[in-house]
Write a protein that binds this ligand. Structure first.
Ligand code: ATP
Length: 486
């Protein structure tokens, strides 16, 4: 059985055909870089979110979860530095008027050189780019683009503007805030909702350092180069956890979470060799160390999750701007024979994009299998090998025929199982066709009820990944599926 290489375009159209992801407002020709999750996609996304939420808030006794609002007081974004610093260097091509993120333009050029066998040139250009970005040397970046004759993909010319910064936050107006501050922003990250609630949670939950606050939710960025499907969207979902620690212990916790988060990704089924760390060269304004956990997407190695040592930057900034004291009173220091400490805690953040995680799971799962049947006829199937515990539907219940009392047995099984896990019932079409449809949506188990079921109370269970079939007792179905999805 040959397994064809994953094809990104095939994955995108498969997502649409089987109810995973649709272009937003497709009826009106779509809205760029915004996507809707369909009936299958919404459930897979929820399963991923639930897995993360459980691992953070249930399996760690010192991490609690909150759900802060998307709208926040405008000063939050002044304090956090987003109003002044949340921007990317961009460059416009004067002939096509197309705008590019400078790093993407140069990285694209480097990839072309690599593909053409010019590895050394590609590496040199990337190294130079990192140095120039780290120094915020925009004139140098423009020169690098011009010296290498990097062209616009549309106009094919090198007629570039200067490199400039563009803020990525969306703004809107709200009525209830005072006149001078009526512009509010859609949050570009969920983290600030955690920082401004630090004292509320710490006091009401009597939390002791070290402890974490986790949150999942929508974030919005006016990405200029929005491409690669749900990898880079203007509206997306983050799963973030801020871990509050004693100053001076940040590298210890940074390394701890680096290891923990990679283990977590492997635990949900991502092979270790498809993950790697990438240390940041240019640190964000709030960080004293930062790295990405990268995944090998169908279009190359890209960031899946960020781990940042954010120091006490955010809490100190909010204390300054709100003119309130945001500190932690560390009793334990006294017990250790040190003087009581009052300090703003340091923070290590883990931040993973839910949509990118979704794309990771889908690109690993999508498999186009082809084989030859006896007699030489070509055959094949497209199957989503989503890990059973994440799959949107766990069990398909399929009566062989629509008569002879088979639907009644199937319905009784459905009613028995649906309290415990997600089931799907179908009586239309030939059984082979129904199996293929379940393969395509990623349902790991199918159970067929046939005439033999009436005689001996057994059913056929079919396993998606290897198409193996076996006969088991009807009464065992629920327990077996429960065991297999654990
Ligand atoms: P990138 O360099 O790819 O733009 P980033 O470094 O700006 O990402 P962070 O600010 O660290 O990203 O955000 C944390 C996580 O949120 C990222 O690791 C990613 O998974 C997710 N994320 C960020 N921007 C987007 C986006 N536009 N669309 C989808 N997910 C995103």
């Amino acid at each position: 059985m040959a397994n064809e290489a994953n094809n990104f375009a095939e994955i995108i159209s498969h997502c649409k055909e089987y109810g995973y992801i649709f272009q937003s407002s497709e009826l009106y020709d779509g809205l760029a870089a915004v996507y809707d999750y369909g009936q299958m996609g919404a459930q897979l996304k929820k399963n991923l979110r639930d897995a993360w939420w459980k691992s953070m808030t249930q399996l760690h006794e010192n991490i609690v979860g909150i759900d802060a609002a998307i709208f926040m007081h405008p000063t939050v974004w002044k304090a956090s530095g987003h109003v002044d610093n949340f921007s990317d260097p961009m460059i416009d091509n004067k002939d096509s008027n197309k705008r590019y993120r400078v790093d993407h333009l140069i990285e694209g050029f480097a990839e072309e050189q690599k593909a053409a066998g010019k590895e050394q040139l590609a590496d040199e250009v990337l190294t130079q780019m990192d140095i120039l970005i780290a120094a915020s040397d925009y004139a140098g970046l423009k020169k690098l683009i011009e010296d290498n004759k990097i062209k616009c993909a549309i106009s094919k010319t090198c007629n570039w503007t200067d490199v400039r910064d563009f803020n990525l936050m969306f703004s809107t107006k709200i009525g209830s805030v005072s006149e001078e501050a009526d512009t509010i922003y859609l949050r570009p990250e969920t983290a600030q909702g955690i920082f401004v609630n630090f004292l509320n949670v710490q006091k009401s939950g009597r939390m002791k350092i070290p402890f974490g606050i986790a949150q999942t939710g929508k974030a919005f960025r006016n990405e200029i180069v929005a491409r690669q499907f749900i990898f880079r969207m203007r509206e997306f979902e983050q799963m973030e956890m801020q871990f509050f620690i004693r100053p001076g212990t940040q590298m210890q916790w940074y390394n701890y979470w680096k290891g923990e988060r990679k283990k977590w990704h492997e635990g949900i089924g991502i092979p270790a060799e498809k993950l790697r760390f990438h240390d940041h060269v240019k640190l964000a304004h709030y960080a004293d160390a930062a790295l990405d956990i990268e995944f090998e997407f169908p279009f190359g190695w890209k960031e899946l999750e960020g781990i940042h040592s954010r120091t006490d930057y955010d809490l100190t900034q909010h204390a300054t701007f709100s003119k309130k004291k945001i500190q932690y009173f560390d009793n334990d220091l006294n017990e250790e024979g040190k003087p009581y400490g009052n300090y703003p805690p340091y923070v290590v953040e883990t931040s993973v994009g839910l949509d990118r995680l979704f794309l990771t799971i889908l690109s690993l799962a999508y498999t186009n299998e082809k084989w030859t049947k006896e007699g030489g006829t070509p055959d094949g199937r497209v199957v989503l090998k989503i890990p059973a515990k994440l799959a949107p539907v766990k069990l398909a219940i399929l009566p062989l025929l629509k008569k002879d009392g088979l639907p009644e047995i199937a319905t009784a099984l459905m009613n028995n199982c649906k309290q415990s896990f997600h089931c799907f019932y179908e009586e239309k079409d030939a059984i082979g066709k129904r199996y293929r449809r379940m393969d395509a949506v990623g349902t790991p188990f199918c159970v067929t009820i046939d005439h033999q079921t009436k005689e001996d109370n057994t059913v056929t269970i079919r396993y998606r990944d290897d198409m193996r079939q076996e006969r088991i007792a009807l009464s065992e179905v629920k327990g077996l599926v429960e065991k297999l999805i654990e």
